[in-house]
Design a protein around this ligand. Structure first.
Ligand SMILES: Cc1cc2nc3c(=O)[nH]c(=O)nc-3n(C[C@H](O)[C@H](O)[C@H](O)COP(=O)(O)O)c2cc1C
Length: 250
């Protein structure tokens, strides 16, 4: 396959069982023409498929065994995890999955992070994105590209966006149940624009609202969403603007 394509072919694998055989697999993939190898350092049978500690020493072992670039995947929850991961594994880049569902801000464009989410750059602003803004923008993209995500997938993603910042809100379980019973993107959008905004102490949004709020709304909302202050994120940005990382993948 790698020989017949005009574009590079990369491979993403999980840990094999026994995990030492992952190195052999990766070397065989390299020999077959893989331009780079990404290791999601968990086994397929990990109890929760994307949870639990990733085996980063295995990424290091693969990196040492291959000549092609290696991308490390797993364990990134905060910005700090990215340089720590690169340092520990020696990998050429880091791939982040679930964390970006909750906090797209976690990955700035200057960091070698690959996301399957393909979120628009507007979300990489120096502020914590509002979860309803993220969810509505995401649903807009789903409508723009029909067939990309099933209803169940959209529901899961929207739940993640809201859960990351609002999991401890008293209305969260009500939101989950209501989300689970939606049967279209329109219903999900309506739930977010009206009920969720009201539960958060905000004014319901109309279809054309851009999410900006009156001062009164903002002070109520800030109290409600105090867990999501920008202070820590601003500090993260200051601390890591200077991080020098190299992106090998285009
Ligand atoms: C929304 C989403 C979509 C994903 N799509 C794919 C995919 O198409 N192919 C794949 O190999 N892995 C996919 N993954 C798995 C991630 O690439 C990654 O291996 C996994 O989430 C573990 O990384 P994490 O600990 O950073 O979440 C997806 C993950 C998420 C959260």
């Amino acid at each position: 396959m790698a020989q017949s394509f005009t574009v590079p072919t990369s491979v993403k694998i999980r840990l094999c069982q026994p995990k030492s055989s992952t190195i052999d697999l990766a070397q065989r993939l390299e020999a077959c023409g893989a331009s780079w190898v990404t290791l999601h350092a968990r086994t397929v049978s990990a109890r929760r498929r994307r949870q639990g500690a990733a085996d980063l020493p295995m990424v290091k072992a693969i990196k040492e065994a291959l000549r092609v670039p290696v991308i490390s995947n797993g364990n990134v929850r905060l910005w700090d995890d990215i340089p720590a991961n690169l340092e520990l594994t020696g990998a050429d880049g880091v791939m982040v999955g679930e964390t970006l569902l909750g906090n797209p801000w976690c990955a700035l464009p200057s960091v070698p992070v690959i996301s399957y989410l393909k979120l628009p750059c507007s979300l990489f602003a120096k502020t914590v994105p509002d979860p309803v803004d993220i969810a509505l923008e995401y649903l807009g993209l789903c409508r723009q590209f029909p067939g990309t995500a099933s209803l169940a997938v959209m529901q899961t993603h929207v739940r993640h966006f809201v859960e990351f910042q609002c999991a401890r809100r008293p209305w969260f379980h009500k939101f989950r149940a209501a989300l689970g019973s939606t049967s279209s993107t329109e219903e999900m959008e309506k739930l977010l624009r009206t009920s969720v905004e009201q539960w958060r102490g905000r004014r319901p949004r109309g279809r054309d609202d851009d999410g900006t709020q009156s001062e009164l709304d903002v002070s109520v909302a800030n109290e409600e969403d105090s867990a999501a202050t920008t202070e820590g994120f601003d500090k993260e940005l200051r601390d890591h603007d200077a991080v020098d990382t190299t992106l090998l993948l285009g």
